[in-house]
Design a binder for this molecule. Structure first.
Ligand code: NDP
Ligand code: 2IT
Length: 460
């Protein structure tokens, strides 16, 4: 049986006005969710050529259905701080799409977390996960909890309380959370411990990003940052360029940023600036990564401490100023909307050649337009940062098979997944009339697989 008949007649309503019409409904239904609407707008605009070519997706209501999460769970997270005071945070899990596999996506602990942010992240995750070529659906979660300045005991009690509610919604074949901003190996450990205790069984595949000693995968810590650089390297090579002797600026100094800096330096780039939410450092000798790792991963201190160890470096207050530093390659690896139109223009004026989004949606829609109009190589987050979730899916595979691959094996698989995402996105961009445009290519390639699965499953 032919499930998708691509020869269906084109409807009277043009693809563009149909997509716009659905977007208007989304706007009405989610009026106070700017980040979610921004993510939806970018994807919808990219999909117009798909609806022109395949009216079946309109007939099947794919757009109307894909933009409405399967379910949104919101819950109270009470915990007791070190002074004995009761604190209450709000927890979320958005289970967006299980069309091609169990819900999969990270947990973010940050005071800015709200429904809009979790929904934008969950929506992006559907297409990113599809692009990896692995069988994983889209989801995201988190809490408006601020881990900064909290003791280990407070972090543990918060994670335990969070899992006391979350556990009933997740499972190795149902929904598999992992880390994101504010959630790393320490938090995953506490979350896993509580899940194991409540369930009374060792279900390794329920979370990814676990410690290596209890079911974690080698290379997961490095995966997102390394993957972003592998992806950017593909973009550069296609134009006869390399990282060799380039000036690289990487925002953030967390998990993604640190390993993007490490791989960029291994590829011969000179990483000269990185940041945290307070400010940024510039070290024209090249950032010393051992110092950054010690400050951020071990001591959990501010990036300003760097200049105490390297007096020749400069610390400048205010994180957005990092984009004033002239560079060849910019890797935004901190948070959403960190590059606005003005920052994008400045980067272009200063001669930037390539942007690789390690973070999720770090460039505003206006900033993306500036990069594309000026022919800057642009790797959008859902393609460029897919290495993290890709290795998470490899962690799930190892858990199911009850074995553990070496660092080199996982790194090799990561590298070929990133190459494949680049090629698939370039091919889709070409096929749908936007050659070289990786925003359109990644959105379309990610969408098609999910849409075909939705058609196959009927109207659900
Ligand atoms: P971390 O918590 O490890 O690090 C986040 C970094 O970004 C910190 O340096 C932090 O500074 C900075 N930052 C966070 N929020 C803001 C803000 N509002 N303004 C300025 N700087 C900020 O998180 P990750 O490295 O894991 O995540 C970074 C980005 O990458 C996020 O967009 C995330 O969604 C995305 N991502 C992460 C993946 C992963 O595997 N971890 C996979 C794919 C994407 P400070 O310490 O001062 O808060
Ligand atoms: O945004 C992301 O892709 C992540 N935070 C990683 C998700 C995962 O499940 O590893």
């Amino acid at each position: 049986m032919q499930i998708v008949d691509y020869d269906q007649q084109v409807d009277a309503l043009s693809a563009k006005s149909y997509v716009d019409q659905v977007f208007e409904t989304v706007k009405k239904r989610n009026p106070h969710e700017p980040e979610f609407l921004q993510a939806v707008k970018e994807i919808f605009d990219s999909l117009v050529p798909v609806f022109e070519k395949h009216p079946i997706y309109k007939q099947q209501g794919i757009l109307e259905r894909i933009v409405e999460p399967d379910r949104i769970i919101s819950f109270r997270v009470p915990w007791v701080d070190d002074s004995g005071k009761v604190q209450v945070n709000r927890g979320f899990r958005v289970q967006f799409s299980s069309a091609i596999g169990p819900y999969k996506g990270g947990l973010r602990f940050h005071p800015s977390v709200n429904a809009s942010i979790i929904k934008f992240l969950g929506f992006e995750q559907i297409f990113k996960n599809s692009l990896t070529g692995q069988p994983i659906g889209g989801g995201k979660g988190g809490a408006d909890f601020d881990p900064k300045g909290k003791s280990d005991g407070e972090i543990m009690r918060f994670c335990q309380s969070f899992m006391t509610e979350l556990y009933r919604h997740i499972g190795p074949d149902l929904d598999v959370p992992a880390g994101d901003i504010g959630v790393g190996g320490r938090e995953i450990g506490y979350l896993f411990g509580m899940y194991k205790r409540i369930r009374g069984s060792f279900e390794a595949g329920v979370l990814t990003g676990k410690g290596i000693g209890y079911g974690g995968s080698l290379t997961r810590t490095e995966a997102t940052g390394y993957g972003t650089v592998y992806f950017v390297n593909e973009m550069l090579e296609a134009k006869g360029l390399t990282f060799e002797n380039s000036r690289v600026v990487v925002s953030g100094s967390g998990n993604v940023s640190i390993y993007a800096m490490e791989k960029a330096a291994q590829f011969g780039g000179k990483v000269i600036a990185c940041s945290d939410s307070n400010g940024y450092i510039v070290d024209e000798n090249g950032i010393n990564l051992e110092t950054v790792k010690r400050i951020k991963e071990v001591e959990r201190k501010r990036i300003s401490e760097y200049v105490l160890h390297h007096p020749e470096a400069q610390y400048i207050e205010g994180c957005s100023g990092i984009w004033t530093v002239p560079c060849d390659i910019a890797l935004p690896c901190a948070t959403q909307n960190e590059i606005d139109e003005a920052a994008a223009k400045l980067l272009v004026t200063n001669g930037v050649k390539a942007i690789g989004e390690g973070a999720n949606m770090p460039s505003t829609l206006e900033a993306i337009d500036v990069f594309l109009e000026n022919e800057v190589l642009f790797g959008p987050g859902k393609a460029a940062n897919a290495g993290g979730v890709a290795v998470s899916a490899l962690e799930m595979a190892q858990n199911s098979a009850r074995l553990a691959w070496t660092f080199e094996e996982v790194d090799q698989k990561l590298h070929s997944i990133m190459t494949n995402i680049y090629q698939t996105s370039m091919k889709a961009a070409e096929e749908y009339g936007c050659p070289g445009n990786l925003v359109v290519g990644a959105n379309i390639a990610g969408f098609l697989k999910v849409a075909d699965a939705m058609v196959a499953h009927g109207i659900i």
